[in-house]
Design a protein around this ligand. Structure first.
Ligand code: AMP
Length: 360
């Protein structure tokens, strides 16, 4: 293992949202300083970091300033420009490796990479015109999910096509934005689970127990642990996550989402090269959270033991859910976490809470 980051050293974080905020909190507790690069002033992360560089993510002068100020750089969202990460990597260690960004930013590259490393996904095809959609639907029994290859998140840039629907496919490609697409088989799933796993700079790996996730309108609503899936399914998801970490020569925390299909298949849907919303429960139910685990990994410290001391359910507070805060605060065994966003907007993640149930 390389030498651990010295106490008081600065960690650079690209992106200023709630994930960066929680990383800054974890870094502070381990004795590190943080510098956030984010164009929006007074962002959630900068409220808790030591310093903010207010700048576009791809501004060369700002990136060079970040490289000078930080001893290691990480990021909190997967659409960090790859060129920016590569520029930084010339002068400062960047974890997770920029290659993880490159693969995860394009759904076609991502699924191709997963399959190439022995990790199963839903069947998929590249789509560059309406004809490709028709051909894929024929192969997929008439149903499929169209997604933009790049820059889709929280269910945006997606359209479900169901067999038996009366429809004309003409104009579909243009209506999806006239950009490269992917079409996937529509998976009939029992549930969605995610693995939050980590790889240290010494190559050691650790995974939290999988969470069972519920999405509404494409946004994560809740994560429940234990996920209630048989150990063989959890084991398959864990092994797939570890294989992915190795294949990417990864350092840090990764979030991998899976479908548990009705026919028993465990299919990776996508991975996020960062801490993940479905791992927020770890701050309440584990001694070492996913945020601390990430900081430990990128700082060259030993990974924490990922066991949990309680079962729990994490729920996101989205938009007007903020009205629930007083009642939630009155509950015992509930950890509330708000992100410091001044303005509540529909669909905006404002905070989350984790309700502990029994101890394990
Ligand atoms: P994604 O942006 O890929 O995470 O998709 C958002 C949500 O859409 C997922 O969490 C699933 O609930 C649903 N979804 C995405 N892809 C598929 C698929 N191939 N089959 C069935 N449901 C899907």
């Amino acid at each position: 293992m390389s030498k651990p980051l010295a106490p008081g050293a600065a960690i650079g974080i690209i992106g200023g949202g709630q994930l960066g905020r929680m990383l800054a909190m974890a870094a502070a507790r381990l004795g590190y300083r943080t510098v956030v690069l984010e164009p929006q002033a007074d962002c959630p992360a900068a409220q808790l970091a030591n310093h903010q560089i207010v700048s576009a993510y791809d501004d060369p002068a700002a990136l060079d300033a970040l490289a000078r100020q930080a001893s290691v750089v990480t990021y909190e969202f997967e659409n960090v420009p790859v060129e920016a990460a590569n520029r930084l990597a010339l002068s400062v260690p960047v974890f997770p490796p920029p290659r993880a960004l490159e693969v995860s930013q394009d759904r076609l590259a991502e699924k191709t990479f997963l399959n190439a490393n022995g990790i199963s996904t839903a069947a998929f095809r590249a789509v560059d015109n309406d004809g490709d959609i028709a051909a894929a639907l024929d192969a997929f029994d008439g149903s499929g999910v169209l997604k933009t290859r790049r820059l889709g998140y929280d269910g945006k840039g997606q359209r479900v096509l169901r067999s038996g629907e009366v429809r004309s496919l003409e104009g579909t490609f243009v209506a999806m934005g006239n950009v490269p697409l992917i079409i996937e088989e529509l998976v009939s799933f029992e549930c969605e689970i995610s693995m939050i796993a980590a790889r240290g700079s010494d190559g050691s790996v650790a995974a939290f127990d999988p969470a069972r996730n519920v999405h509404r309108e494409g946004i994560l609503r809740s994560s429940t642990v234990p996920a209630g899936v048989p150990e063989e399914i959890a084991g398959e998801a864990r092994r797939a996550s570890f294989r992915l970490l190795e294949a990417l020569d990864y350092v840090g925390v990764i979030g991998v989402e899976f479908f548990v299909a009705a026919d028993g298949r465990v299919l990776a849907n996508e991975f996020a090269p960062r801490v993940h919303n479905s791992g927020h429960w770890t701050e309440a139910a584990c001694v070492v959270s996913q945020f601390e685990q990430h900081i430990r990994a990128i700082a060259g410290l030993p990974l924490g033991e990922p066991g949990r001391h309680s079962d729990c359910v994490m729920e996101n507070l989205i938009g007007d859910d903020m009205d629930r805060v007083p009642a939630l605060l009155a509950e015992p065994n509930l950890l509330l976490h708000l992100y410091g966003k001044a303005e509540t907007r529909p669909g905006r993640k404002m905070g989350h809470f984790t309700r502990l149930s029994s101890g394990v």
